[in-house]
Design a protein around this ligand. Structure first.
Ligand SMILES: [Cu+2]
Length: 195
């Protein structure tokens, strides 16, 4: 189109062509701008998508994505010091010490008791095995509680005082928004401050 305009010798033709090209040019440049814009948009959305995919994939593969696993393959460690002694703990997802969703499990021996406490965020408890007794109130009372067995679920809203105990070896899964913390109603119950 541009080459044709340059090589046409006759003024009339040129004028016509020029006029045509003047007429054409705003539209053309609009079209080009439009094309460029949409290409840019397409590219940026493609790049954004790629970045998302790459970040998502590398993030997931490198850090976050845990391979599916069976209960027997879970690596247990000692529970954080603010849990009464004797429990084992496993982090399945996230970091309970930080903001964001966490999924952890707590394995407790028969007779394990968690005195009255609350959490800064809602605690969601799913019983994996055993029997987990949970009650609401400011002090642990084994006469007041609900026994949850395998598959059972309970939740303690943020700041609500509650307590728990188990009468057989029990595993519960706890999930919620981090950071996870325990505030005991009676500070003397806090094993992390007790010597
Ligand atoms: Cu709790």
């Amino acid at each position: 189109m541009i080459n044709a305009t340059v090589t046409i010798p006759k003024q009339a033709d040129y004028s016509v062509t020029a006029a045509a090209s003047e007429l054409a040019s705003p539209a053309q440049s609009r079209a080009q701008t439009g094309a460029l814009k949409s290409w840019k948009d397409t590219m940026s959305s493609r790049l954004a998508l790629m970045a998302f995919v790459i970040l998502g994939a590398s993030g997931a593969l490198a850090d976050d994505m845990k391979m599916p696993m069976n209960g027997k393959d879970i690596k247990w460690g000692p529970a954080p010091p603010f849990f009464p002694k004797g429990a084992e703990f496993a982090v399945l997802s996230g970091d309970p010490g930080k903001d964001g969703l966490y999924v952890v499990r707590l394995k407790m021996p028969a007779g394990y008791r968690i005195p009255a406490h609350n959490h800064p965020t809602t605690e969601n408890v799913t019983v994996v095995s055993g029997n987990f007794h949970i009650g609401m109130g400011d002090s642990l009372d084994e006469k007041k509680g609900i026994e949850l067995t395998s598959g059972g679920y309970g939740e303690a809203p943020a700041k609500m005082n509650h307590y728990a105990w188990v009468t057989s070896p029990t595993i519960v899964q706890v999930h919620g928004q981090g950071p996870f913390a325990i505030t005991y109603v009676n500070p003397a119950d806090d094993p992390s401050t007790r010597k």
